[in-house]
Ligand binder design. Structure first.
Ligand code: TMP
Length: 209
């Protein structure tokens, strides 16, 4: 089973992924918890470039192809083998991030992005995508204070530094994607506390196991 998490900055994906891993393992499942960008060695290098505030003037299309390169390598090296071994793969961000951020956020053509995603993902489509839906103003406040506390504002903060309008478009993009594929997507309200969100997620996942 292939599960992806999506959402705006600060929507609580990392916390909820750890909670889901624990619940799945308690249910006897082997779990591969991973992420894009950065779930393999090449991806770690690309993540450093993509998220650093020191990366100035990155062209939108260059940014796109770096995310796609990360995806292609990560599918080949991590996702495909883990699924073949029978693990539940839980991935932090995947193809929908590209459509939401590079499409709705940056303004690149979303139909073209879907085609390029299909190439990079080599046909691996998530069985379930959990969209943690949150007001980006709330999420950005959370993400910015998390980065400040962890000392990662410069290394990981390039998208947090985007204007609120950018993140509003990303959220609308996610909602449009979820509306277009209601079977694959589950939209989870990420505003309540972590326990309530974890319960909502587990209800959805357990029903599909
Ligand atoms: P995160 O791992 O902390 O969520 O950060 C990843 C950032 O990269 C986040 O701001 C969203 C962005 N991103 C894209 O713009 N396009 C993509 O295809 C992916 C996977 C992430």
């Amino acid at each position: 089973m292939f599960v992806t998490f999506e959402g705006v900055e600060g929507s609580g994906k990392s916390t909820q992924m750890a909670r889901l891993r624990a619940a799945l393992e308690a249910a006897g499942r082997t779990v591969c918890l991973t992420r894009q960008p950065g779930g393999c060695a090449l991806g770690q290098t690309l993540r450093g470039i993509l998220l650093s505030q020191k990366t100035a003037g990155l062209d939108d299309r260059a940014e796109l192809f770096l995310y796609l390169a990360d995806r292609a390598q990560h599918v080949a090296e991590v996702i495909r083998p883990a699924l073949a071994a029978g693990a539940v793969v839980v991935c932090d961000r995947y193809t929908d991030s590209t459509v939401a951020y590079q499409g709705y956020g940056r303004g690149l053509d979303t139909t073209l992005l879907q085609t390029l995603n299909a190439v990079a993902a080599a046909g691996f489509v998530p069985d379930l995508t959990l969209l943690l839906d949150l007001d980006p103003a709330v999420g950005l406040t959370r993400a910015t204070s998390r980065n400040a506390a962890a000392g990662t504002a410069e290394a990981e903060g390039r998208f947090e530094a985007e204007r609120l309008e950018f993140h509003e478009r990303v959220r609308q993009g996610y909602r449009a994607l979820a509306a277009a594929e209601p079977t694959r997507f589950a939209v989870i309200d990420a505003a309540p506390g972590p326990d309530a969100v974890a319960e909502a997620i587990w209800r959805v996942v357990a029903a599909r196991l």
